[in-house]
Design a protein around this ligand. Structure first.
Ligand code: HGY
Ligand code: MN
Ligand code: MN
Length: 407
């Protein structure tokens, strides 16, 4: 049995790093807060008897050797970076449960054929640079020099941030794993939705992960005097954006499976008595079915072009990231279902609306996920919460899943 108190105490200890006055925790990639989180997690990996290293893109890795040094590695992990004012479980649950599983194996002298590595991926959320899953793309070998040019709100690029954090951004390709070198990847994560809670279940096996498309819209209108410009001759960038937002909501809701979210909005110049000349906003568009998602994207873009032309404003659309939905492998799903039974739990399956690192690894290895129940389905919010019992159930099933994959 995993040590549930040790796991819970570690989740609580990690959750004070990056605490915000305004609520929740903020641990953006390549910042002091994330460094402090990795240092704490690294100390837990050492306590678990793992050999610890960081790879060329800053992924923190704890390794347990297998009986066959030539055998491919089983990867288990998640992330310790967060969104702005996020919760305590999104990411840390999976990393700390992976460490707990390996520490329990070491304490019970359990040896597996395959080596096992628990990994805290760099920048899963994409909160700082509006471009995420940097660590898992690094492992997959799909990260590019172009990607490292993405900049944060202060104009610092990923490459510069890596350099400031002591990494060499020109060496990022060294993080890539050879095809065949990884047997499977499994991640335990909070569901961040209400399905398990509605089923009154603590753990579920994930069948697939919806694909996030992130777009940035820039609308160039004409700033003007609020008092002297008649409504009929305005090129109001914000009025155009507001009309577009109605279109986005309508088209996203129309399919029944798609979700569309405008999470960031900036207007310029921002005076009470000035007609906004420029507006920038982001769209996060997702669906488990890529064709449906991309059809909604097209409908939105067509109507956006028409309404902007009618209003005499210029529209620019930039793709920040386009991630294909990812099915979870039968191998990992079956290992997880057997593990649920071994832990005395039901084998309930569900899809993931949230994006996760595993979607970057589908070309490299079979991947899969386990979810635990989220209270009221809340996440990316300080009120994000899962109970000690549910975290323990999840870690116990993860322990058996990793054993099934690594034996
Ligand atoms: O945005 C997501 O879906 C994930 O939490 N990174
Ligand atoms: Mn997450
Ligand atoms: Mn998240």
């Amino acid at each position: 049995m995993i040590n549930r108190e040790r796991l819970w105490n570690r989740i609580m200890a990690l959750s004070v790093i990056g605490e915000q006055e305004s609520g929740g925790i903020t641990r953006l990639s390549f910042t002091e807060e994330e460094r402090a989180a990795k240092d704490l997690v690294s100390s837990y990996m050492k306590e678990a008897g793992l050999s610890v290293r960081e790879d060329a893109v800053g992924n923190l890795i704890g390794r347990k050797e297998g009986s066959d040094p030539q055998a491919s590695v089983v990867l288990v992990g998640s992330h310790v970076d967060s969104v702005y004012n996020g919760g305590n479980f999104d990411g840390p649950l999976g990393v700390l449960s992976g460490i707990e599983a390996l520490q329990t194996m070491n304490e019970q002298d359990i040896q597996t054929k395959h080596p096992i590595e628990v990994i805290a991926f760099t920048d899963e959320e994409g909160a700082r640079f509006s471009f995420g899953m940097i660590g898992s793309r690094g492992i997959a070998g799909t990260l590019t020099e172009e990607n490292l040019k993405n900049r944060d709100k202060q104009g610092i690029s990923i490459a510069e941030a890596m350099r400031q954090a002591g990494s060499d951004p020109t060496a990022f390709r060294n993080a890539a794993r050879e095809k065949g070198s990884v047997k499977a990847f499994i991640e335990l994560h909070i569901e961040q939705g209400k399905i398990l809670e509605n089923q009154n279940l603590s753990v579920g096996v994930v069948t697939g992960i919806a694909g996030p498309l992130w777009l940035k819209f820039t609308i160039e209108g004409e700033a003007g005097h609020a008092g002297t410009t008649p409504m009929s001759i305005r090129h109001d960038a914000l009025a155009a954006a507001a009309q577009m937002m109605q279109v986005i909501e309508k088209e996203s809701a129309a399919t029944g499976s798609t979700v569309g979210t405008i999470g960031q909005l900036q207007l310029f110049p921002g005076g009470v008595n000035i007609i906004p000349g420029r507006v920038e906003f982001t769209l996060d568009l997702r669906d488990i079915n890529e064709t449906v998602r991309d059809q909604v994207e097209q409908k939105i873009l067509e109507q956006a072009e028409t309404l902007c032309a009618e209003r005499g404003v210029k529209l620019q659309v930039e793709v920040l990231q386009r991630v294909a939905p990812a099915p979870c492998s039968e191998l990992v799903q079956n290992a997880a279902k057997d593990a649920s039974l071994a832990a005395g739990l039901e084998t309930f399956t569900l899809a993931s609306g949230a994006g996760h690192d595993g979607m970057q690894l589908t070309e490299l290895c079979p991947m899969g996920m386990l979810f635990i129940r989220s209270k009221d389905g809340i996440s990316h919010n300080p009120a994000e919460w899962s109970s000690l019992e549910d975290c323990a159930d999840g870690a116990q099933v993860l322990y058996h899943t990793v054993l099934n994959l690594a034996k």
